[in-house]
Design a protein around this ligand. Sequence first.
Ligand SMILES: *[C@@H]1O[C@H](CO)[C@@H](O)[C@H](O)[C@H]1NC(C)=O
Ligand SMILES: *[C@@H]1O[C@H](CO)[C@@H](O)[C@H](O)[C@H]1NC(C)=O
Ligand SMILES: *[C@@H]1O[C@H](CO)[C@@H](O)[C@H](O)[C@H]1NC(C)=O
Ligand SMILES: *[C@@H]1O[C@H](CO)[C@@H](O)[C@H](O)[C@H]1NC(C)=O
Ligand SMILES: *[C@@H]1O[C@H](CO)[C@@H](O)[C@H](O)[C@H]1NC(C)=O
Ligand SMILES: *[C@@H]1O[C@H](CO)[C@@H](O)[C@H](O)[C@H]1NC(C)=O
Ligand SMILES: *[C@@H]1O[C@H](CO)[C@@H](O)[C@H](O)[C@H]1NC(C)=O
Ligand SMILES: *[C@@H]1O[C@H](CO)[C@@H](O)[C@H](O)[C@H]1NC(C)=O
Length: 758
Amino acid sequence: MRAISTAAAILGFFVFPSLFVVSVLGAPSPTIQVGRSVTGSALQRRTTPFFPDQPPSCPICAQDYPSMSSCAEAAPVLQNFTNIIFNPGAFIDVIKCQENILNTPNLPAVVDGMRKVCAIESTLLGNVSNVDVAPKKYLTLPLSQVRPAGWLLNQLQVQTNGLAGHEHEFYHWVSGTDWTGGTQAYSNLEEAGSYWFNGMVPNGVLVNSTVLNQKTLDFLNYVIDHQDSTGWLGPEVGTSKPRYLWGRYPFFFGAIQMTEAHPELTDKVVTAMHKFVSLANTMLKNNGTGVEPWAATRWEDFVISLQWLYDNHPNGNQDLLIDTMKRLKWTGVPWEKVFSQQYFPTTAVERTPNPFNLPLTWHGVNVAEGLKALPSTYRFTHNQTDLDVASKGWDLLFQYHGRPSGIYAADEYLAGLEAVRGTELCLVVETMFSGSYLYQIIGDPKFADRVERITYNALPATLTGNMWSRQYLQQQNQIASKNMNPNPFPNDGAYSNVFGLEPNYPQLPSRVAEVRLERIPDYTRSEVSGAPVPRTVLDNDYSCFKQQGLRHCRHALSFQRHSDYYDHCFVGIHILCPNSSWVSGGTIAINGGTARAVAPSNGLQAVSVAAGTTRFVLNLPAKITTESRPHGSIAVHRGPFNFAYDIPRSQKVLSQNSQQPLAVDLEFDATGAWQYAIDPSTLQFHATSPSSLPSPIFDSGKSPLSITVTACPINWSTAGDTFAASPPTNPSCTGGNTTLTLTPLGTTKLRISEFPVM
Ligand SMILES: *[C@@H]1O[C@H](CO)[C@@H](O)[C@H](O)[C@H]1NC(C)=O
Ligand SMILES: *[C@@H]1O[C@H](CO)[C@@H](O)[C@H](O)[C@H]1NC(C)=O
Ligand SMILES: *[C@@H]1O[C@H](CO)[C@@H](O)[C@H](O)[C@H]1NC(C)=O
Ligand SMILES: *[C@@H]1O[C@H](CO)[C@@H](O)[C@H](O)[C@H]1NC(C)=O
Ligand SMILES: *[C@@H]1O[C@H](CO)[C@@H](O)[C@H](O)[C@H]1NC(C)=O
Ligand SMILES: *[C@@H]1O[C@H](CO)[C@@H](O)[C@H](O)[C@H]1NC(C)=O
Ligand SMILES: *[C@@H]1O[C@H](CO)[C@@H](O)[C@H](O)[C@H]1NC(C)=O
Ligand SMILES: *[C@@H]1O[C@H](CO)[C@@H](O)[C@H](O)[C@H]1NC(C)=O
């Protein structure tokens, strides 16, 4: 497991930000920025218009307001301002209409009044100032610029050899997807095909799989070649299926990554996207057509793709792009309220009425995706409060629903702190993605640290070691994985914690494809600041593994710089160091030189890189820490790893796919005791040094890392016969002391990791 923690920290290479100016392409947009106080038809109104005292035109306009009815001929919507609140698109039309009128001579008197209206509306509803898109703090390195090696490459190969890399052969939602001319779709959200695509694009590139790369290229070509004359993209083309926007958002993420790995596809993708944006803008204007309740929560995913276009290929459409971002926000749910201290739910929500009457805002996966809403909004509002609320909301989420595995609980809806409540796999991967994005925009290392914890704990915990079976819901204390009756999940089925092909809901296998161990590279390749992408070959060979005495090494990277880029590209890198409370006495040695103490600034350690190859070894010794959990229980951590007791278990095959025998549903039952209390003062770390790591590494008995602890048996009941009651507070020992061995949570499939204390 040493190597895993080594791989963990190839996360994040930084060019000195000051060396490069992030380019924001395109001319400033003169668009009238209409406010955000407006909402889509299906949603509740957020605020009502009001007239501030300043600037002085406001009171005048307030006074003139009733006379706006005289503008009726120009735009019927002005007859009743309230309509504007429900239809911001119409309002923009009015403004545009006014502009045209204003440019004609012989202005009718009524238009003069409209001038004032126009002036005030910008104040009332927003700002007429330039609306550049704010730069990200760190840019993403294009897919294929950093390649995995060592452990990480192996883990991606496990994924490729598992369910994700084989779905296209046998799993009907993917192999027969209507995205590429088949008939299969599990709902009219049309997301299965595009989830698969978004996951397999980076997976194929990073493991250099000829088969997957060809499949994703075929997918891309099919979809774009079938774009209809209106601009629509996807399986609805040529059918009468409803046209909802959401299913396209994962497609765009995949398509963008295709252009990164294959720049020759750029024109094709960008042209198709612009055409689609123009249609989407019209739909949004038209009362938010295409925005059903799921799209209304996931609008940020489209905003991010629009911002990619704006940053890289605006093609003169800056105004339309920004306008579309705003319309997505208006027609979407108000994440700034959901994540506010005032409204954020502090307990499991099943008995709490949603204050916005929008229950989907408390759906765990939507929350995970919604974490990107405020940072992406900030890019077009420049409103610091958006970032502050995003950062505070992140903290609230983990304070009230967090898990020692790094993730939070939501078995459909936010589920509080009890250790048997569930966490959906989908929200695990979406939180990894969102945390990485938050880090790119805000730059606070707390986001990166948590993504690392989720990646090494919550993600592998919910997949079998060979990545052929996965759960819908994982539990922090999980004493069985089986058809549960009763179960502790108020809104999910009895089969939710079985490891299988599609437990509880079919959505997931394609989501598993989207999973993303390739999100680790995504994280790896994120966060390079600077417009010119360094043409650097990163050859992370983890040489430290091979040397004795470097047990805690997290990175050993060598940088081979292309000499022709030497002068203008790469003069330094920053390495992301983990939360300093996890490590003590970290050192770095460069090119075989003396190890010196790391001195990170805001989590970043600067390293100068000379011509040729620079090799550095970062040694970050981790500490054992404990975390207080409900009912007086504790969780045990070392570095980014959460440690758990791996309950001995039996395995039963519940079902097997007829075409693919490796796709099995598995029941696990405990075959030994799990009812123990531990003495935290006796925690002791152990590591072996295998010459190479076992593969797959996230499986029982495979970890070279362990922690031992003195424990005693206690009375600890079950609730139902398949899940544990809350850990007993102050339990008495019912037998003699024993030594328990804890291993990283990701290697356990049945486990206790919130322990009563002796
Ligand atoms: C203005 O529109 C709102 C919402 O559509 C409606 O409730 C209200 O009755 C309308 N007022 C008038 C005077 O038509
Ligand atoms: C409007 O723009 C000005 C100048 O950029 C800025 O100072 C002000 O805060 C903005 N107001 C709003 C409401 O965004
Ligand atoms: C990917 O594989 C192809 C052929 O199998 C090979 O030519 C190419 O060099 C490989 N690319 C990388 C980056 O390993
Ligand atoms: C917008 O949607 C509302 C509610 O569905 C409907 O009553 C109204 O007529 C629609 N307006 C337009 C312009 O389509
Ligand atoms: C800035 O953002 C916060 C929260 O996202 C919001 O409540 C506030 O209205 C915004 N301010 C402006 C001037 O838009
Ligand atoms: C660092 O880790 C400690 C212990 O897990 C935690 O309390 C603290 O909030 C973390 N700090 C940051 C900046 O994430
Ligand atoms: C544990 O449970 C058993 C059976 O319910 C009971 O007899 C015993 O007294 C309990 N022991 C303690 C220490 O609570
Ligand atoms: C059992 O462990 C506890 C906690 O470490 C310790 O206080 C106690 O002395 C141990 N009992 C025996 C019999 O070793």
